[in-house]
Design a protein around this ligand. Sequence first.
Ligand SMILES: C[S@@+](CC[C@H](N)C(=O)[O-])C[C@H]1O[C@@H](n2cnc3c(N)ncnc32)[C@H](O)[C@@H]1O
Length: 248
Amino acid sequence: MTNFQIKEDARREAFEAIWESKINAVFADVAATYDKANDFASLGMLKGLRRRFIASIDVQPGQRVLDVCAGTNVIGIELLKKQPELDVYAVDRSDAMQRVGKERALRQGFDIKGHICDVHKLPFPDNHFDAVTLQYATRHLRVIDVFLEINRVLKPGGKFYHFDMLRPANKLIEEIYCLYLKGCLSAISWAIRSGPDAMACHNYFVDAIRLFYSTEELSRLLSELGFDDVTGRSLLGGTVAIHKACKT
Ligand SMILES: C[S@@+](CC[C@H](N)C(=O)[O-])C[C@H]1O[C@@H](n2cnc3c(N)ncnc32)[C@H](O)[C@@H]1O
């Protein structure tokens, strides 16, 4: 039992209804414009941050890699550009996001094997992947359950690479960051004419950061769940971080 169970219970109590009934509709609503909206929200910094994440991932020809909550397959595609001889799998609950992702991958000559499912139960055997990636989705998940699933499907010695927006450890940065996020979400929703589900989730997207993990907390959680050699690199004042962890 990890010390973070209380935090997870609080997140679940606060957000489970949204996770179950709204998140899928939100991503269906934004699927076609998701990548552009992300670029806008990050003031164009997203590509540079993604490059750093991809550069931190060690992949070798012939390895089997899983991208969890793959969305529009941005990570799978970048990994295949870096190492074309990978066997890349993607899992996501959103058919709409994966349809966009499948098309994008095919247009660039890549085959990514997509599975539509809830990632709290991964449809793969134990010890199956050399590497697992998870970018920009952990706030919407029961973190302990999903990280344990990721540990299960990784081969011994396999690596988990995580990149996400986190809760800055500094309270002042957190306040400024949340104000900025609120403004961004309003602007994007207006620009892409979001539907009612996305509109209803504005507060959720900010609250999910406030109840989320800091870089250091996420490192400790990964260690407590049995991962080894955990590293967490804070960027942009701890608003985002790259974590790397190894299955023993
Ligand atoms: C913000 S997007 C990130 C997509 C992609 N990883 C990226 O970096 O662009 C979050 C994704 O998580 C997926 N997702 C959220 N909760 C999920 C769940 N319980 N099971 C599977 N996918 C989920 C959504 O469908 C969405 O595609």
